[in-house]
Design a protein around this ligand. Structure first.
Ligand code: GDP
Ligand code: IMO
Ligand code: MG
Length: 423
């Protein structure tokens, strides 16, 4: 069988958690392939609202095995907190959660380094989640990182000391003192806790599953416009958030990839710094933030809001090879009589283009909009056959411009508020 990939096409927070939870019963395995505790994936069902950070969003579905893949950076302290929060639901996490030994460990000094690096950048800061993502991926690429499998080795303490002293030198230069004796206590406790889980060679596990006919869903974190290579560099995260990242982040070959589900909001949001051509710094932006409850699931920061942006969506679709689109938060746009869609950009030299320019901050991008009639009504209880004509028109307009079918429309945060267009 194949690995289907579900990933965000914008700047994150598209609603990946909700949809992975909705789709999970169709899959035997759900596997996270990159990112770490910077992610906040929200699931809502039966009056429960739960935010997951590192644990895959298939965890609430009995019968679905969940894998934290090798491409993830895992913070043991956050992991322990997440598991403890899940305890109230009496899930069988010890038997249906598996963690790659090759996943990179986030240690407490990574978080301090993240703070120090952001502070040093001043006005140019990335707006990182301060979870230690950049520094832990730096250590991975710099070939000095620690991995989950190392916690089982006799010389783990030694390796850790070496890494902490390397960090200490850098932190000293930033004028940031820390007390390792204090920091290490909760870290070691969390590492012991982590050892109680199934630490595996997940690339073998997954390929054996595929051979045995299992269906696998790869769950992306962040979004394509935050990708380390293709996002709005340097205002990006430090991992490969695109579909190719599912291959390297899980150890599955490209020929095993099946559907690529590209998920996007019916408008745009971004949290943190960086270019955002369609950002609305007015009462329309405020209205979207209020209606969509656009505040970060991990940091609580208000999300920047704007109209949908087709040049960036086309770009993400191209890079990822998206085969199906899933449109989220259609209900939020119900507040508008008219809805704007950015179809092209005008650059400061007068060029009109639907390509994302290399230089986005100083290119003087002016979004060019086409205006469509809004549906301006509640979407509660609707199905694919009784959509308001204006919503149907919006969806068909996007499909025609993006050249990929929209197979699902989400009309609310709950599992049940999901409309399938083709079955
Ligand atoms: P993720 O990071 O991609 O998983 O997305 P987040 O969970 O960070 O943010 C999406 C937010 O929108 C969450 O609060 C969801 O509960 C909520 N949400 C998801 N789908 C819909 C929808 O169709 N309508 C509304 N109003 N909210 C939604
Ligand atoms: P989910 O998976 C939205 C943003 C941060 C910052 C930049 C770099 O919930 O969609 P990092 O901490 O990764 O070094 O921050 O990326 N960012 C996200 N924005 N959703 C996320 O994850 C994000 N993870 C990181 O705000 O701009
Ligand atoms: Mg999120």
């Amino acid at each position: 069988m194949k690995v289907d990939v579900l990933l965000g096409l914008q700047w994150g927070d598209e609603g990946k958690g909700k949809i992975v939870d909705v789709l999970a019963p169709k899959y035997d395995v759900v596997a996270r392939f990159q990112g770490g505790p910077n992610a906040g994936h929200t699931l809502e069902f039966d009056g429960i609202k739960h935010v997951l950070h590192q644990i895959p969003s298939g965890i609430f579905r009995p019968g679905t095995r969940n894998i934290i893949g090798n491409g993830v950076v895992l913070d043991p302290i956050v992991f322990r907190q997440e598991i403890e929060k899940l305890q109230q639901y009496k899930l069988d996490v010890r038997s249906n959660l598996f963690i790659s030994k090759k996943a990179t460990l986030i240690i407490p000094t990574h978080r301090l380094l993240d703070q120090a690096q952001e502070k040093a950048k001043g006005d140019d800061k990335i707006g990182s989640t301060l979870k230690g993502i950049g520094p832990s991926y730096q250590d991975k690429i710099g070939r000095q990182g620690l991995r989950v499998g190392d916690v089982l080795a006799a010389h783990f303490d030694e390796k850790l000391d070496k890494l902490v002293s390397a960090h200490s030198e850098i932190l000293k230069r930033h004028g940031l003192a820390f007390n390792w004796e204090e920091l290490k206590v909760p870290f070691f406790e969390a590492v012991e806790f982590l050892k109680g889980f199934r630490l595996i060679d997940s690339e073998y596990f997954l390929n054996d599953e595929l051979k045995a006919g299992s269906k696998v869903l790869a769950e992306g974190a962040q979004g394509s416009l935050l990708d380390i290579d293709f996002g709005s560099y340097p205002f990006v995260t430090s991992s490969s958030t695109v579909s190719a990242g599912a291959c390297t982040g899980l150890g599955v070959a490209p020929r095993h990839i099946g559907e690529v589900f590209g998920i996007f909001k019916a408008y745009s949001t971004r949290v943190g710094s960086g270019p955002f051509p369609t950002e609305l710094l007015n009462e329309e932006g405020e209205a979207i933030r209020k209606q969509g409850n656009e505040f970060g699931s991990t940091t609580g920061r208000p999300r920047r809001c704007g109209w949908i942006d087709l040049p960036t969506l086309k770009y993400s679709i191209m890079i990822n090879g998206v085969s199906q689109l899933l449109m989220m938060k259609a209900d939020v746009l119900s507040i508008f009589k008219n809805i704007k869609v950015c179809t092209r950009y005008q650059l400061s030299d007068g060029t009109v283009t639907d390509h994302v320019p290399y230089e986005q901050i100083h290119a003087g991008i002016v979004p060019l909009y086409e205006e469509l009639e809004g549906w301006n009504c509640s979407l509660k209880g609707l199905n694919a056959h009784n959509l308001p004509p204006a919503l149907k028109n919006y969806v068909e307009f996007l499909e025609q411009r993006l050249e990929v079918p929209i197979s699902l429309i989400s009309t609310g945060p709950d599992r049940t508020e999901t409309i399938y267009r083709f079955r």
